[in-house]
Every structure is written in structure tokens, then in C-alpha cells.
Design a protein around this ligand. Sequence first.
Ligand SMILES: C[S@@+](CC[C@H](N)C(=O)[O-])C[C@H]1O[C@@H](n2cnc3c(N)ncnc32)[C@H](O)[C@@H]1O
Length: 226
Amino acid sequence: MLKLKPRLNMAAEMVRTGSRIADIGTDHAYLPVILILNNKIPHAIAADLRKGPLENAESTVKLNSVEDKIELRLSDGLEYIEPDEVDDIVIAGMGGILIAEILSKAEWTKDSTKNLVLQPQSHSENLREFLFENGYEITNEQACFEDDKVYICMNAVYSGNTGEHSEAELIFGSFLDRKDEPSMAFVEKKLKRLKARYDALIQQSVENDETERLKKIITEAELCLQ
Ligand SMILES: C[S@@+](CC[C@H](N)C(=O)[O-])C[C@H]1O[C@@H](n2cnc3c(N)ncnc32)[C@H](O)[C@@H]1O
């Protein structure tokens, strides 16, 4: 019996019940297959840029006899997905910069009825910056542990509002206010990197815009953690 590990399970839980989904960069198609098997969704497009991963997807789909509910599709990002085919879009297991690039090429995701489930493996601050600058709102963020690593996932939806966001907000998202262990571990990981960079600059007696910037972010984050 197929079972999702915590990272993909977190993303699967952020899909709306009853939605038709596109899973972009599906690889083995575990997420759409489980959602179909659990009767959470009626249909999925499992899409990938490359044939190899799509063959992995085909194996999982056939093994679980869900060929009638999952369509496999070669697509660079959302290029070959039509807006009226999907309600929720999952993009998981890629860097935040690539996720932002994929969304930037699909203006049709600027639609308040579409629920985006985004699971950046890195550069989540770049993804948040893209979302905020382009009128998407982050409506939910979650963190979880898998194999001693912390992963995050977010729901985003287009609202048209673009507001000012501090660098600390871009880096830590909504996790600064949270007390659950994975959220705190995510904040600690980010803070540790910022402090290491700051300390290295100070040790080299460098005092410039970057040191000022880092100091401001670290101070803002530490204030929230008190
Ligand atoms: C690390 S796997 C993630 C698989 C699965 N989504 C997960 O989270 O476990 C990344 C997948 O994204 C695919 N990919 C990379 N760039 C892509 C793009 N521009 N469009 C569609 N798929 C892409 C890769 O071929 C690969 O199968």
C-alpha cells in the first residue's frame, strides 16, 4: 500500500477536497495517486518536463490502477496545462526560484479561484518575494520533519494585493510566530545561516550595507522569538 512520507503528505493535505489538480514536476506521481486512492480528488494531471520521470509516474499509476483518473503529460511547468482543467496546482520538490519562474510564465494562475500548493526545497524567500510582488497571498504555511530535515509548504492564492514586506518576513514567512517544533527548527536553520554570515563579515572587520541588513533581520527575528 502506497503511503506518503511527511513532506509530500503535508503538500497533499494542502490540496482542497474535490479539486482537480495538476502536479507539476510529478516524477513518481505519488502525490496525485494517493489523493485519488483516498478519494480526496476526482482527477489529476501528473506533469513533468522529462520523459524519464513521466515513465516513473506511469508505473505508479498503472500499479495502482488509476489510469482513468490520472492523465500523464509532458509539460515545461504549466505550459501545457489549460486554466479550465485544474482547480489546485501543486509544485513540490523544486527550488523556490524555479517555482517562481514556472508561475511567472503562467499569468492565468493570477486567479483567486486557483489554490497553489508550493513546496520549495530551497530559496523560499525568493518565492515569497515573487508571490508578494505579483499579488499572490500566502494563506497557509506548514512545516514538517522528514529524515531529520525540516521542510515547508505553503498555500498561495491570487488576491491582487501587493504590500510591503520586511526581509525578515520574506526569510521566515509566518514561522516566526509559531511554537510547533518543525516551524521553530525552520526558523533556527535560517537564523543560524544569517548569523554565520554576519559573524564571518564582522570577523573580517567588514561593516557595510550587508552587515547592516543582516543585523536588522537578525534583530527583528530575535525580537519575535522572545
Ligand atoms: C525532485 S523531483 C520532485 C518530485 C515530486 N514533486 C516530489 O516533490 O517528490 C523534481 C521533478 O521536477 C521536474 N521538473 C524540473 N523542472 C521542471 C519544469 N520546468 N517543469 C516540469 N517539471 C520539472 C523534474 O524532472 C523532476 O521530476
